[in-house]
Design a protein around this ligand. Structure first.
Ligand code: MN
Length: 230
């Protein structure tokens, strides 16, 4: 018995069924495409991947309208391949990673870029820049058996129909097998964990009224409308 009703389980839609994917944690990979690392002022010489997190209840099914978040004047999109873990484990070998993956999708790592810049300058954590309400809109997850590849395929994002990000999963500095294996050396992964695998170059700001579309070829597409300021 709880002292009040237990929190609702965060979850995401699944392609081709009414069943839901229960979300446990959201891990995000930083700087995983060379051109994006460079546009953010970093040298991507294959420094080990680093991770940050968002709360599980930051997920939102797409299509959706998201309120423009508080505290920022510089809300950025980051289109990312999403990996959904179905089987837990630690110290997972690269060769075994795909046995732990339930499915894949596409999502946006929404970022309050001005707060992130301030956090970097002050050597503070990124949570306020990355982990706010509705900061992880994610399309319905596709079962991994139906996913052609997590190693190649166009990943793209457009704002009001104009292409802003356009790359290929083959450009990932740390592949899914590599970064999930490395992540599992730091944390015991569990069913329901989500990995946002990093964004390619071309990030930028959106304002209320903008319509974002994006996708990963062969996996999923999404649409997110930026609503009024909350
Ligand atoms: Mn990101």
């Amino acid at each position: 018995m709880y002292v009040f009703d237990a929190p609702k389980q965060a979850s995401l839609a699944v392609q081709g069924t009414d069943d839901r994917f229960p979300v446990r944690r959201i891990f995000c990979v930083g700087r995983n495409y060379e051109a994006h690392a460079r546009e953010m002022g970093n040298d991507p010489d294959r420094e080990p991947p680093f991770f940050f997190t968002k709360p599980a209840d930051a997920v939102v099914d797409t299509p959706c309208t998201i309120a423009y978040p508080k505290l920022t004047k510089d809300l950025h999109y980051e289109i990312e391949l999403i990996i959904a873990i179905g089987k837990g484990g630690s110290d997972i070998a690269e060769a075994d990673v795909m046995d732990h993956v339930w499915g894949a999708s596409v999502g946006i790592d929404l970022t309050r870029r001005d707060l992130q810049a301030e956090a970097k300058k002050m050597s503070r954590p990124w949570d306020w820049a990355k982990g706010f309400d509705q900061s992880a809109p994610i399309a319905a997850i596709k079962a991994i058996a139906d996913v052609p590849s997590v190693d190649a395929g166009r990943i793209w994002l457009a704002v009001n129909g104009e292409i802003k990000q356009d790359a290929d999963l083959a450009d990932l500095i740390w592949s899914v097998r590599e970064h999930v294996s490395i992540l599992s050396q730091a944390m015991t992964l569990a069913p329901g964990d989500i990995v946002m695998t990093g964004t390619p170059a071309g990030v930028g700001a959106v304002v209320p009224g903008d319509v974002i579309t994006g996708g990963v070829n062969g996996i999923a597409e999404l649409q997110v409308t930026i609503g009024a300021r909350s």
